[in-house]
Design a protein around this ligand. Structure first.
Ligand code: HXC
Length: 263
């Protein structure tokens, strides 16, 4: 699908990396229904495109990654519509998390509410030092509804998740790093470069192994450990059916750099 079919996001492929940029800077990239629908389509497209090895999600402008779901749009919903809206956002973010390739959030500013939830659906979060994080829904009489009550506690632990969600307070990038909500913090001017370098690092590794690692981690995190161990072993076993594994082990033994065929 060409970029012109997207109105609220930009979808660009550079160096086998799909850059998904939420593009409503005048509303601090707030997620309305149309934007979420486009995000979901972009995730599906990146998943299906063999020319895409890594996905990066970011926000347009310097101020915001995503400042949350669109409050104006949500303000008129009733209970039934609210639940449906939450399910729609959850499903969209699940598609992103489950697209089978590494997904990196380049958090360039406010990541609040649904924006924090979007960042948490990505596998690795790299933040500008100017970014701010939080789940401020209680300030609106709401709770996180796009996976935040679940992903936040899995990432930072239940105690910290309760603190952030019950208080609605926002934290800066340094604090987000301290509690493990983000993987790396860099000066804002270096964010793009850092993410590009990390994407290049990811692209040099075996994509079949990355896909199986994602499956083992994401599926395993949701079931009891004995079952998760079986999934891990199954994914480990499947690696032995790949040319990537033959190449990776041969390259080690031959003391050279691996060139993964990606199958
Ligand atoms: C709709 C938003 C918005 C949002 C900002 N804007 N965030 N519109 N939904 N989430 C709009 C403002 O209304 C304003 O539009 C423009 O973007 C610029 O924002 P300002 O508020 O003027 O900027 P500033 O004073 O710098 O404050 C920045 C801010 C503040 C602190 C980030 O905008 C803010 O608190 N935003 C809301 C954050 C939030 O509560 N997010 C959680 C939403 S609930 P105009 O037209 O006036 O210029 C949620 C639930 C997810 O995400 C789960 C759903 C299932």
């Amino acid at each position: 699908m060409a970029d012109h079919e997207f109105r609220c996001i930009r979808y660009e492929i550079r160096d086998e990396t799909a850059w998904i940029t939420v593009n409503r800077p005048e509303k601090l990239n707030a997620l309305d229904r149309r934007t979420m629908e486009e995000l979901g389509r972009a995730a599906d497209e990146a998943a299906a495109d063999p020319g895409v090895r890594v996905v990066v999600v970011t926000g347009a402008g310097e101020k915001a990654f995503v400042a949350g779901a669109d409050i104006r749009e949500m303000s008129t919903l009733d209970a039934r519509e609210g639940e449906a809206f939450a399910r729609f956002l959850q499903d969209t973010l699940d598609r992103l998390e489950r697209l089978g390739k590494p997904v990196v959030a380049a958090v360039n500013g406010y990541a609040l509410g649904g924006g924090c939830e979007l960042a948490m659906a990505c596998h690795v979060r790299i933040a500008a030092d100017t970014a701010r994080f939080g789940q401020p829904e209680v300030n609106l009489g709401l709770i996180p509804g796009a996976g935040g009550t679940q992903r936040l506690q899995r990432i930072v632990g239940r105690g910290r998740a309760l603190d952030l969600i019950l208080s609605g307070e926002t934290i800066d990038a340094a604090e987000a790093h301290r509690i493990g909500l983000v993987n790396r913090v860099v000066p804002a001017a270096d964010l793009q470069r850092t993410v590009e370098a990390f994407a290049a690092l990811l692209r040099a590794k075996s994509p079949t192994a990355q896909a199986r690692a994602l499956e083992a981690i994401l599926s395993g995190g949701e079931v009891a450990q004995p079952e998760a161990m079986r999934t891990e072993a199954a994914m480990f076993g499947l690696c032995f059916a790949t040319a990537d594994m033959r190449e990776g082990t041969a390259a080690f033994l031959e003391k050279r750099k691996a060139a993964f065929p990606g199958k």
